[in-house]
Write a protein that binds this ligand. Structure first.
Ligand code: DP6
Length: 360
């Protein structure tokens, strides 16, 4: 007797960065953050979970390699939390009759979990976000949990902070919250993808090497050593969040882009202000920054009028760039990027385009 659930979950790329925890067990952040969820057609994690009476232990294979579930607190926390909700369903007599959970005490059975990313793991491409989102969504489906996406986002948050935002499509905020229990720290959808369908993301894979400093350890050193960080959390992020949400709701691309670029730059400045400093961007990343500013300062050849801000870069804990732009500018951007970074000249540079630029 076996039951199985299979899901795919998308990657999300923050425009207001999450960096810093106030509780590292419950994964509660020092600030709220906001991201766009990318289309799952391009980058995703696929996770299949099987429950059986015959399994002897919970086991998980990530990209074909077994991970130790018992020693990973994050994995065990997510599984334990989902199991606890399943147990509640099984013991709640009102529900038991309707879903026949009595004969299926799934909360007591062990699980085998198979998870695959279709993109490089730990290259600053938020693999933990889609990974834990897929794990929690698959558990919820398998266990037939009666929780909404916001409640599920609290479970995936226990796996990796940014994962809570991958429980939704479109423009998503993770409300940092204040409660020590984490009850008010969850994700919700600010606007669905359909609100701004012309918004696209270009993923430029500068390097798919494993990054040097993990987000988890990097942000912990930042919290302990950076003096710029406190200022960012207290007075900068709240204003930016408010402004970027307004920009999203009113389709104001240039405000959206300016805040996105400034927040990425400040995140990397805070990394450099960390002691010892952390560097995530490399020379190719920096060249991309210059290229985007060049693109944004172009003048119209006939009228000499500025063409305006038409693209925004953002970088996470690695050298890869994500460029947000509206669909009508993507072709020109791709041409420009291919001109400056032809694959033959920059071997390390590979871009997932032209098809990987939709946001979900
Ligand atoms: C730079 O979510 O990977 O991508 O909560 O420790 O698992 P943990 O960290 P993680 O950090 C992501 C940091 C970031 C910014 C962001 O996605 O908001």
């Amino acid at each position: 007797e076996e039951y199985e659930a299979s899901v795919t979950s998308p990657v999300n790329i923050a425009v207001i960065k999450y960096w810093g925890k106030r509780d590292s067990d419950l994964i509660l952040p020092t600030n709220s953050s906001l991201s766009c969820t990318l289309s799952q057609d391009d980058l995703h994690t696929k996770t299949t979970i099987r429950a059986s009476r015959l399994f002897e232990a919970d086991r998980l294979w990530l990209n074909g390699v077994e991970e130790q579930v018992a020693t990973s607190k994050r994995l065990s926390n997510c599984i334990a939390q989902a199991r606890a909700f399943r147990k509640e369903l099984e013991t709640n007599s009102q529900v038991v009759e309707t879903i026949a959970t009595k004969e299926r005490p799934l909360s007591e059975w062990k699980l085998h979990i198979i998870s695959e990313n279709n993109f490089p793991t730990a290259a600053g491409l938020a693999s933990s976000a889609s990974g834990y989102a897929a794990l929690v969504q698959a558990l919820a489906n398998l266990f037939e949990l009666t929780l909404d996406q916001t409640e599920l986002s609290k479970i995936s948050r226990l796996g990796s902070g940014s994962a809570c935002r991958s429980m939704f499509g479109g423009f998503v905020e993770w409300r940092g919250g204040e409660s020590p229990s984490g009850e008010d720290s969850y994700a919700y959808c600010v606007a669905p993808q359909s609100h701004w369908p012309s918004m696209h993301a270009l993923v430029l894979v500068v390097s798919d090497d494993k990054k040097g400093t993990s987000s988890t350890s990097g942000m912990s050193t930042t919290v302990n050593t950076s003096t710029l960080f406190a200022e960012r959390v207290k007075s900068i992020v709240p204003k930016r969040l408010q402004k970027i949400k307004e920009a999203i709701l009113s389709h104001d691309f240039s405000t959206f882009a300016e805040i996105t670029m400034q927040d990425s730059n400040q995140f990397h400045a805070v990394c450099m202000d960390t002691y010892p400093p952390i560097f995530y961007m490399n020379n190719t990343s920096k060249a991309i920054v210059h290229l985007v500013h060049l693109f944004n300062s172009q003048l119209h050849p006939e009228t000499n009028a500025p063409k305006g801000i038409r693209a925004a870069y953002t970088f996470d804990a690695g050298p890869n760039a994500v460029i947000y732009a509206e669909e009508q500018h993507i072709k020109e951007l791709v041409q420009l990027i291919s001109y400056f970074f032809p694959p033959a000249k920059a071997q390390s540079f590979r871009a997932y385009f032209p098809d990987a630029y939709k946001i979900f």
